[in-house]
Design a protein around this ligand. Structure first.
Ligand code: HEM
Length: 235
């Protein structure tokens, strides 16, 4: 039980860390590097605590849902590794003592790719595990009969957030950076803090929504198959 709380605490810190890191222009370079270093530690802890994922890779059936999960997790691992490596190479504060003279141009490109793909993949990763979060909150909050009548509201809210998220995705030039169509990121140093985070939270919400409903969709046929099998066998 205690490990569950530590795991959830680390997941929350990593989500907050990612949002802080994406707001490079708001917090400044030195803070960015320290938060990035903290993220590296959290990332290692997250992997140690979830090591059963690797142990179980050779066990069980590979359903479509499981294949998507493993694919996203592998891509996320690559993006994070690229991010840490490129960040350390470019570091002018925390890792400035390391002798990285060359490779700056490659590191800068990798850092852009890692940041934007990493943000997208981490949001999808969150969405793939969203049921776990929903189950945890459902256990904590006991819904009254009246509240249950409004159970469609979270879905509608999700649609609304996602539509705004699509707009943010385009307005903030994500396609440009995801496909490295620009060697530089255009950062607005004068933008208010709240406007930036409202946008990024909605963008994260969009990918959580997409991934959450994708898992529901991928699980559906298996349920029906089982139902049919039950009908056929009478079990
Ligand atoms: C998940 C981890 C990280 C994310 C999401 C992230 C994200 C970003 C973003 C969005 C930018 C601004 C856009 C750009 O110039 O590329 C940036 C710049 C930068 N980051 Fe990170 N970062 C991460 C980790 C790190 C680490 C660990 C370090 C070093 C310790 C670091 C050092 C830097 C530096 C030096 C810049 C300025 C690059 C330049 O001058 O072109 N980052 N990062």
């Amino acid at each position: 039980m205690r490990t569950r709380y530590v795991k959830t605490g680390i997941d929350i810190l990593m989500t907050a860390g990612l949002l802080l890191l994406m707001g490079y222009q708001i917090w400044g370079e030195e803070a960015h590097e320290w938060i990035g270093t903290g993220m590296l530690v959290l990332f290692l802890a997250h992997h140690i605590l979830n090591r059963s994922f690797y142990k179980n890779l050779t066990k069980g059936r590979y359903t479509p849902g499981r294949i998507v999960l493993i694919l996203i997790d592998t891509l996320l691992l690559v993006a994070m590794a690229a991010q840490m490596y490129s960040g350390i190479v470019m570091s002018r504060h925390v890792f400035a003592f390391l002798p990285f003279g060359k490779g700056m141009a490659l590191a800068r490109r990798l850092h852009i790719l890692g940041a934007y793909w990493g943000f997208l993949l981490m949001s999808v990763h969150l969405g793939l595990h969203w049921n776990m979060f929903l189950n945890m909150t459902k256990k904590k909050l006991s819904f009254t009969e009246k509240a249950k009548r409004f159970s469609g509201l979270p879905f509608l809210l999700g649609v609304f957030i996602s539509l705004y998220g699509v707009w943010v995705f385009l307005k903030r030039d994500f396609p440009l950076y995801l496909f490295l169509q620009s060697e530089f990121v255009f950062l607005d140093y004068g933008e208010p803090f709240w406007a930036y985070y409202l946008d990024y939270l909605c963008l994260m919400g969009l990918w959580i929504f997409v991934a959450h409903y994708l898992t529901k969709f991928l699980k559906k046929p298996r349920k029906n198959k089982n139902k049919n099998r039950k009908k056929e066998t009478g079990l």
